[in-house]
Design a protein. Sequence first.
Length: 306
Amino acid sequence: MYRMLSLRQFQQFLAVAETMSFRRAAERLNMAQPPLTAAIRHMEETIGVRLFERTNRITCLTAAGEVLREEAHRAIAQAERAVALTRRAGAGETGSLRIGFVASAVRQLLPILVTAFREQHPAVTLELEEAPTARQIAALLDDRMDVGIVALPLPSGVEHRIAVQTMAKSQLVVAIPVYHPLARAADTPLALAALADQPWILFPADEGPGLHSTILRACAEAGFTPRVAQRAVQMETIIGLVAAGLGVALVPSLFNDMPREGVVFRELIGTGAPVPYETALAWRKGNNLPALKAFIRTDSADSIEK
């Protein structure tokens, strides 16, 4: 059984094959001639064939030597490619990345991040999944997702296992059916307390417990507990239910920049307001995936104030 040749042996053979001289090949390799001559003789003994025709000097390659020259070039090129690909993977330039996102991120943050990341790392495959914050956190902890775009604050009890990087800071505004009396004077802020007697559309507490608690706490400061008439998971669905006249809802202020037929958005003032809304990147602590590290440090991954 033949022993495998090393890359060093391939390099030594090619130096001799290209110069047709042990002396010049030794100079190219920065080594003495006798060890090089011995190395080529050892290669021939290992393979079991002569690689060079020679008398007192090399005259040409044998047929076996011609084959080895081609294969040695391929082996070295493949080894160099393997090193380059490994370095690219280590720098987060290849591989795949599983990204979760809350629905509101589709309107601004997700396109910015994904576009910037793909420009810098086009070889990384992105797997995108829309999911509420609580589902993303569970997926991150179970290693079914690498990074999520979530709404803060996080559910209690996960802070020691999940790292976050705040991306966007804004506030919640109230969405009101267009024909509702509270929709008048849309350009002026509305006291949060004015919503005390209204039917509310709210997402389930287990889908976004941190933000859900923030809303309830703000309402409590304003002196009331919201009367929930309908529940929906996605913000777009919630706004659609508002447009249908089923109640009022608090939604991220970015929706105020994209008018929706049948809905008026008003800023909030007074006790309990403003109600903060922060979006962040979240990932499991200890996840050293290079593509994740590259995504976190994407040039556009700076806080966005709105």
